[in-house]
Design a protein around this ligand. Structure first.
Ligand SMILES: Cc1cc2nc3c(=O)[nH]c(=O)nc-3n(C[C@H](O)[C@H](O)[C@H](O)COP(=O)(O)OP(=O)(O)OC[C@H]3O[C@@H](n4cnc5c(N)ncnc54)[C@H](O)[C@@H]3O)c2cc1C
Length: 821
């Protein structure tokens, strides 16, 4: 409890950190280290009293194909290793090693892919035999083990000790840590947070960081901030002492048995990640739940426990000391919720750690502190940014439904393209039922039902068994791809984020925010990036000028709230207004060399190349509807995007399909979108370009109007980078010349045998004839096409290495002839 006299309770701070779990302590520590003065951490009860006190403390750097997550893990382990020397408080870090078991071929393939990527990131990982697994962890049954993946420097830590050590480190640099003081409300001023309310008085603050763990959602609501996390039961079993168990053994993880295993008190701890889990306290976590436990549901857990125990059969004959159940917070996509709230400036959140809060906690604290101190993050945060999430995801029914799936996903084999199975149908396109009738196979696209591919007549649209290879639908996808290249396809894109931007100053604001020139003649669409002052990417989207005071902005689904917030925050006092019209308009894309022919059949508008050239935007008639038709493509062909008032979408769709019979119209899904755009080298923000890339490195310099009057945000940084000379970091297109292997993400790219980067996203190029992807290449010399051409390029896929072609320009239609035809 806080023993400071009432008079000494601070009434102001620069930053108030809420919550004294591992995350709050780490945020305070890093803020203090970053020199951000006047940091006050307020903890409702005592440090670690939420979830942190009972964590198992596993420390794993192996296992993720996200560069961000791997960096967070590595940084965290290194920090915990050096913390005691700084603070004098031990962390209990024990680098006894950690082994992941692969039991089935699919998992073996996954781990080989992950291992190659992790090694590129600097993680030490060895593939070891079942015999070696048994030598390292003699109680494990290894008869069915294919291989182990062993990192000798991983292991475990004591979560309470490390939190205390971080808190002391924060104090040593001037931060105040005050226990026994709950935050009960927030002050705000002019769209920004201005402080917190507590029973001890208000604390004014420039920044607030909500690190309240499973309470973070409800605390966010008090400030109007959406933090859609949900706590769930999380278990481990503790046995009585077992003869021969050694505290120096590595931690063992066997996801196929839903379990992890490590020494504890001379016996074993068996942790569980059951495939179907149980949300806890959907209506809200009790305010007085401290050092709390949940009474275990033996009946629910029994079948999982049986399987977990079967990996270490000795436990069948050992006494059980305790089946422990504690709550942990989970998020809708199993990624943490980090960053500045879109609803309220300077209100930061670091919560929803999905059972890896200890092993990433150091890194999360570092990122938040950097973000606050420097104004923006220094790593790719697109996947964990709070602004990827939407308000409906905080609904009790959504949380309760989705969370059932979350815990189990941690231990599933991570096959590519795994669809989310729960909370489906949250959002459907206005033409959804018609696509069902066309046998679309749907997947969750930011909560929307997105048609991924279409089954032919007589075939059920079912995904089948997940796999690293070609699945039954590979041929259907191929046919859709070819139809787009040779005929005409229809694609439902309702999930795209659409905004109307209006007002006297709309053009001026958009011109200032956009790197490209967007405020020219009405009736033109412009592809542009939005940059921050550092010249790195905040958004990648199109701006269409409809009239002098009316614009139409379209961004991808994942960038929805980020783009919207970025724009709103740059309007200031100007006369410009942003309206999110995503729900009001359907988007149907008609693409392919015969798309003009199709549209000409359904509209009286002149669709000829002369009357309707590339980049034209105009309202046209289709049936009873007025439709905004924009000639643009994201897949590299002649094509059009149709924006239709939602209530008229079905009618327009019917006209298109009816007229489409004569021109061989085919429905195409998002798989085809992926393969077509990848052949053309079109970027996708959050997948192959992110907030750490400059517009030049991303190969998008052509879309930056460096000479436009008045400039734009980030221009000086772009100019400075240009002046520094030829780039040594560039995004390149990579084509595997052998048509057989498939790429998905994170495959290591080498030049003359030396690692040069990895595939950020990939697809299969049916026209180019092989797997194709985009990779950011780093070199210690300038990267030009000539430099690429003289290198010998390969891609590692699993254990195999394949020759590859690399190019700065798109390999498909580099001269853009097809899109202008
Ligand atoms: C059984 C189990 C095993 C686990 N094992 C591991 C593991 O091996 N490795 C790993 O990395 N992770 C593990 N985890 C996950 C890990 O414990 C969590 O991710 C982590 O502890 C979350 O930390 P936090 O700081 O976000 O939350 P918490 O520890 O819950 O901290 C939040 C704090 O905020 C305080 N608070 C709440 N509301 C207020 C308010 N209004 N005002 C002030 N303070 C407030 C609370 O009192 C609490 O102390 C495990 C979790 C469980 C349940």
């Amino acid at each position: 409890m806080d023993t400071t006299p009432a008079s000494a309770f601070p009434d102001r701070a620069r930053v108030v950190v809420i919550g004294g779990g591992i995350i709050g302590a780490s945020v305070a520590y890093h803020l203090a280290h970053a020199g951000v003065g006047e940091v006050v951490l307020l903890e409702r009860d005592r440090l670690t009293s939420g979830t942190t006190w009972h964590a198992a403390g596993l420390m794993a750097t192996f296992g993720s194909t996200s560069q961000t997550s791997t960096e967070l893990r590595m940084y965290t382990r290194d920090l915990y290793a050096r913390l005691e020397a700084e603070t004098g408080l031990a962390t209990g870090l024990k680098q006894c090693g950690l082994i992941e078991l692969a039991i089935e071929p699919g998992r073996l393939e996954e781990y080989r892919r992950v291992a190659a990527f992790n090694r590129l990131c600097g993680v030490e990982v060895h593939e070891i035999s079942p015999r070696e697994v048994a030598d390292l962890f003699p109680l494990a049954r290894v008869d069915d083990v294919l291989a182990g993946f062993y990192n000798p420097a991983d292991g475990r830590v004591n979560p309470v000790d490390v939190t205390m050590s971080l808190a002391r480190g924060a104090r040593m640099r001037g931060a105040r840590i005050i226990e026994g003081v709950p935050v009960t409300g927030f002050m705000r001023s002019g769209g920004a947070v201005a402080g917190v309310r507590t029973p001890r008085g208000d604390v004014e603050a420039e920044y607030v960081v909500n690190c309240a763990g499973m309470w973070a959602r409800e605390l966010g609501e008090l400030a109007g901030v959406t933090i859609p996390l949900q706590s769930a039961e999380h278990y481990y079993l503790l046995t009585e002492p077992i003869e021969g168990v050694d505290g120096d053994w590595p931690v063992l993880e066997d996801p196929a048995s839903y379990g992890y295993y490590r020494e504890e008190g001379g016996g074993l701890m068996l942790g569980l990640f059951e495939p179907v889990c149980a949300p806890w306290q959907v209506s809200g976590v009790p305010a007085d739940f401290s050092f709390g436990e949940i009474s275990p549901d033996w009946d629910r857990m029994a079948p999982y426990l049986e399987r977990t125990i079967s990996r270490v059969p000795v436990v069948e004959e050992t006494g059980i000391k305790k089946l422990f159940c504690g709550p942990e917070s989970f998020t809708p996509d199993l990624l943490p919720i980090v960053g500045e709230a879109p609803e309220l400036r300077n209100y930061f959140v670091a919560a929803g750690l999905n059972s890896i809060g200890i092993l990433t906690g150091g890194g999360i604290g570092r990122v938040i502190a950097h973000w606050i101190a420097e104004g923006r993050p220094d790593i790719d945060v697109t996947a964990m940014n709070i602004d990827r999430l939407h308000r409906y995801q905080a609904n009790p029914e959504y949380r309760a439904t989705r969370t059932v799936e979350s815990l189990g996903m941690v231990y599933e084999t991570h096959y590519p393209g795994r669809p989310m199975r729960t909370a489906r149908g949250a959002k459907v396109s206005p033409i959804h039922q018609r696509l069902v009738a066309q046998r679309a196979y749907f997947r969750d696209v930011s909560g929307w039902e997105g048609a991924d591919w279409y089954a032919p007549e007589g075939v059920e649209p079912e995904a089948g068994q997940p796999s690293w290879g070609r699945q039954d639908w590979f041929g259907y996808w191929q046919a859709e791809h070819h139809a787009a290249r040779t005929g005409v396809i229809l694609m439902d894109m309702a999930f795209m984020a659409k905004f109307g931007v209006q007002g006297r100053d709309a053009g001026r604001v958009l011109e200032q925010v956009s790197a490209n020139r967007v405020d020219g003649e009405p009736g033109r669409i412009t592809y542009t990036q939005w940059l921050n002052p550092g010249g790195t990417l905040e958004a990648d989207l199109t701006v269409t000028k409809l009239a002098d005071d009316r614009f139409w902005v379209v961004a991808s689904d994942t960038a929805h709230r980020h783009a919207e917030t970025w724009l709103r925050r740059h309007i200031g006092d100007s006369r410009a207004f942003v309206t999110d019209v995503t729900s009001g308009y359907a988007q149907i894309n008609i693409q392919g060399p015969r798309s003009r022919e199709l549209l000409a059949r359904v509209t009286s508008a002149d669709m000829s190349n002369e009357a309707f050239p590339f980049r034209t935007a105009a309202e046209i008639d289709i049936g009873f509807a007025r439709v905004l038709c924009i000639r643009i493509t994201y897949l590299g062909e002649l094509g059009y995007e149709l924006y239709i008032p939602a209530e008229q979408a079905a009618g327009v769709y019917d006209r298109l399909v009816q007229a489409g019979h004569a021109v061989g119209l085919r429905h195409a899904g998002l798989k085809a979108l992926g393969s077509l755009r990848m052949e053309k080298g079109y970027r996708d923000y959050g997948h192959d370009i992110d907030n750490t890339d400059t517009v030049l490195e991303a190969g998008l310099g052509f879309a930056a109007a460096l000479d436009k009057p008045g400039g734009f945000i980030g221009r000086d940084a772009v100019l400075a980078q240009r002046e520094r000379g030829p780039l040594r970091r560039r995004l390149v297109q990579v084509l595997v010349t052998d048509p057989e292997p498939l790429m998905f993400h994170a495959e290591v790219v080498r030049r003359d045998g030396r690692p040069a980067g990895y595939i950020r996203s990939a697809s299969y190029g049916f026209t180019l004839g092989g797997a194709v992807g985009l990779a950011m290449i780093d070199a210690d010399e300038p990267i030009s096409q000539a430099w690429l051409d003289v290198g010998e390029w390969t891609v590692q896929i699993g254990d195999a290495v394949y020759p590859a072609a690399v190019s700065l320009r798109p390999m498909y239609d580099p001269g853009n002839k097809r899109i202008q035809a």
